[in-house]
Design a protein around this ligand. Structure first.
Ligand SMILES: Cc1cc2nc3c(=O)[nH]c(=O)nc-3n(C[C@H](O)[C@H](O)[C@H](O)COP(=O)(O)O)c2cc1C
Length: 248
């Protein structure tokens, strides 16, 4: 036993980081590295079209991740109306990790707790992310428990007929960076073009961008698992300081 692991405080920290880094509910880093327990990426389709353009892009990522030995789970936000956040702050008071509005958001929160990484896809609507996925992500990212998202890698992909891709892409990336999630990048901004899935299949550059993104995600996940196994501790935490820009 090394000096590090002889210290009970450090042992606890290492155990915690190993669990969190590998996805607490899933598997030990050793099992992950041995290939006995694949890590899982949650693919969220934020389009009302179940098998449309955004889905087509997500499937390119799905296939690439599977080739890399990473499991995937597809989550469709669907077509039922999704309420925006009603700003009741109930999730913050109870720390339940769930939204008071019982719908697909809570189902996704449950899936998120078991996932190791995330890809959120959206169609571009009026040069922004779609209204439903925006409401969905507002509530998901506001009510999620820390362990559902903290230090789990994430990326956004956007699908447009023609314009508004980079503004929608910027919009989604902001959810990740407020929850301490490493943002995985590709060789271009993660966008595909088309009105129908057949169009997307012709966007060879867009699809290549998504395959590169998926391989970078897989590499990052393996590095995390290896780091956890080697005993790399989580960063020191600080209590939030909220100034709200109010001055007396
Ligand atoms: C309400 C609405 C607004 C749209 N706004 C844009 C837009 O601003 N720019 C654009 O290029 N395409 C726009 N589109 C087209 C879609 O973004 C595009 O076809 C996308 O690939 C559809 O993805 P999906 O099949 O996953 O829903 C819009 C479509 C709808 C329904």
């Amino acid at each position: 036993m090394t000096n590090d692991t002889a210290d009970p405080g450090k042992r606890k920290l290492i155990k915690m980081s190993a669990g969190l880094l590998a996805g607490a509910a899933l598997a030990s880093p050793a099992a992950v590295l041995a290939g006995n327990a694949p890590m899982k990426v949650l693919l969220v389709n934020g389009s009302p079209n179940e098998k449309g353009c955004t889905y087509t892009g997500l499937m390119e990522i799905d296939q690439t991740l599977r080739k890399e030995g990473i499991a995937t789970e597809l989550f469709q936000i669907g077509r039922k109306p999704i309420s925006g956040c009603v700003a009741c702050y109930e999730c913050r008071k109870t720390k339940s990790g769930r939204c008071v509005i019982a719908d697909r958001v809570n189902e996704c929160l449950e899936a998120a707790e078991k996932a190791d990484g995330f890809i959120f896809g959206t169609p571009v609507h009026f040069a922004a992310a779609g209204g439903a996925i925006t409401s969905f992500m507002d509530r998901l990212f506001f009510s999620a428990r820390d362990e559902a998202l903290y230090l789990k890698p994430a990326a956004a992909i956007v699908s447009a007929r023609r314009g508004g891709t980079t503004s929608a892409f910027d919009q989604l990336n902001k959810y990740f960076t407020i929850r301490e999630m490493p943002v995985i990048s590709s060789r271009y901004w993660n966008m595909i073009h088309g009105r129908k899935p057949e169009d997307v299949k012709k966007d060879v550059e867009g699809l290549q961008t998504l395959r590169i993104l998926a391989r970078n995600m897989a590499w990052f996940l393996r590095c995390k698992a290896a780091g956890a196994q080697a005993g790399v501790a989580l960063p020191e935490k600080e209590n939030p300081l909220r100034t709200d820009f109010i001055r007396s």
